[in-house]
Ligand binder design. Structure first.
Ligand code: AMP
Length: 216
């Protein structure tokens, strides 16, 4: 089962991809994670892409396409994969079609207000990095980490204004990609308004309609 996951920042795409990768026993391939790992290991590729990733800019298409092509040709992708964070441009989408036949593209959608509430309520422990949410996963003592007692902080880019701007950028960037997959008849929309424990079984049910079943 060869899948691409698409969705705005904060929709929970990474969480769904990682859970579904375990259910279907196929790798979750996140280009963002591959790049962060290359940077950390200070590889040749890592050095080349570092400045783009640190500034939050798109890595040039040729580099991303080459990286994904190499990763998808590895043995563990033989029975399928979940691609997360790729494609981000129409050129990347078209390049993928030259070496892979995708089964489906899942587009996770939720209204802006839901995403803004989700991200702006997020709090992170300044000491151990544990993640909380003021409404959905509150700490026992407000502002204090349950695990290490560290102070909880809000990331600078987790404010409603910044999130709204990121959502607008996302919509502009992804409109042609979504249209491209819609025209190919590959796009499936998944309602991601609720929390992950509701969304994941819904995806499993949806994929059954296309002959894809969880691996025992
Ligand atoms: P992410 O974790 O998906 O937000 O990705 C982190 C960073 O990696 C992005 O801000 C980009 O700099 C880079 N990146 C990840 N995937 C891609 C892609 N498909 N095309 C271009 N740059 C990417």
């Amino acid at each position: 089962m060869k899948l691409v996951f698409i969705g705005p920042p904060g929709v929970g795409k990474g969480t769904y991809a990682s859970a579904l990768s375990k259910i279907y026993k196929i790798p979750h391939i996140s280009t963002g994670e591959i790049f962060r790992d290359e940077i950390k290991r200070e590889t040749k590729l890592g050095k080349k892409i570092r400045s783009y990733v640190e500034k939050g800019e798109l890595v040039p298409d040729e580099i991303v396409i080459e990286t994904v092509k190499k990763r998808l040709s590895e043995d563990d992708c033989k029975n399928g994969f979940i691609l997360d964070g790729y494609p981000r441009t129409l050129q990347q989408a078209k390049a993928l079609d030259e070496f892979i036949i995708l089964d489906r593209v899942l587009n996770f959608v939720a209204p802006d207000e839901v995403i803004i509430e989700r991200i702006s309520g997020r709090r992170i422990c300044s000491q151990c990095g544990a993640i909380y949410h003021v409404k959905f996963k509150p700490p026992k003592v407000p502002g204090i980490c349950d695990i290490c007692g560290g102070r909880l902080i809000q990331r600078k880019d987790d404010t409603p204004e910044v999130i709204k701007r990121r959502l607008d950028v996302y919509k502009k960037q992804f409109a042609p990609i979504i249209e491209y997959y819609k025209e190919k008849g590959l796009l499936l929309e998944v309602d991601a308004r609720e929390l992950a424990d509701k969304v994941i079984p819904r995806v499993v049910d949806l994929l059954k309609n296309y002959g894809f079943y969880p691996k025992e």
